[in-house]
Design a protein around this ligand. Sequence first.
Ligand SMILES: C[S@@+](CC[C@H](N)C(=O)[O-])C[C@H]1O[C@@H](n2cnc3c(N)ncnc32)[C@H](O)[C@@H]1O
Length: 372
Amino acid sequence: MSQKKSKLSATNDISVNTILHGNCVEFLNSLPEKSVDLIFADPPYNLQLQNELIRPNQTVVDAVNDKWDQFDSFAQYDQFTRDWLTGCRRVLKDNGSIWVIGSYHNIFRVGTIMMDLGYWILNDVVWHKTNPMPNFRGTRFTNATETLIWAKKSSNQKKYTFNYHSMKNLNEEKQMQNVWYIPLCTGAERLKVNGKKAHSTQKPEALLYRIILSSSNTHDIVLDPFFGSGTTGAVAKKLKRNFIGIEKESKYVEIATERIKNIPPMLLDFDLLVTPSKRNLPRVSFGQLIEAQYLTIGQTVYSKSHKYSAVIKADSQLKTENFTGSIHKVAAKILNKSAHNGWDFWYYEDGNNKLMCIDVLRNKYRQDFNLV
Ligand SMILES: C[S@@+](CC[C@H](N)C(=O)[O-])C[C@H]1O[C@@H](n2cnc3c(N)ncnc32)[C@H](O)[C@@H]1O
């Protein structure tokens, strides 16, 4: 295993912002156990192309026919897949997650092996290419998608990072779905050497942006065992994450090193890089709002439409004609549900008789008491 490192820094005994030159299976077996927060893997597709692809104008299509994509048999490909996925599971922290991308040629084999090894699939995400290559012969549908599998280490893993609100904000305040419309990597973003594509399967940075932003935090370590042209490292640097790349071809190590070196370090404030999640905000109970007299005993709170109302008790419970309970229990009872978030349900009248959500008061409390 040859090792060419461009070491920039170290985090807890592990060198980060570095590209390891060699076979990922060997490196994955030598990296410290449970040391990385997120893995993105774009393994060989095992395309098994039988013939050259020719366009109608007789030019040859620039297909993926690289040596690194060739395996003697499905059995050999499966064994390789098992080996690197086992290594990834070993180096992934217990609260980490992994993304693997593939096409119809390999993703089903990869998915089966992931499940056999104990990974637990969180989502399959379809990357819908907005500018796919046509099916030149007209013998099949245009292949316009690749599939990403997002998984955690095991079914009983409780915690993993999902920056739900960052994704919702990116999607104009609507929940992000698992179909992503992103163009292929073309134009200025496509790295070239002597006018030719530097790497046959360079992924668009937009794809990695969504993956890294959704499932890691600033300063986390993102590992990519098939680093190629270094897309993962480039985006990690832009989003203030650390990266470890592994790549067996020296020409790609050089290209990726140069690419990442040319990206200025991210010096922006933490605030600009994260979306505060309600889950991470300091806890404030409804009772604290009453103790601090943001709301008073005997005050009426309402549902948004004014249809339902309840009165606040000294112990912070709400009393209606028929039942008494916490803000959540009373909201759930009214809605005939097993549970409901009372912070979104109840409103109070401000000084101008305008209805305001009680969650606004909770935020005000956090600010007034310097909790955020
Ligand atoms: C599909 S490409 C990844 C492209 C990359 N995501 C990008 O945006 O440029 C797969 C890469 O894995 C590398 N590779 C293949 N087998 C490998 C192995 N056993 N260990 C390390 N790298 C390997 C290939 O040289 C190739 O660059």
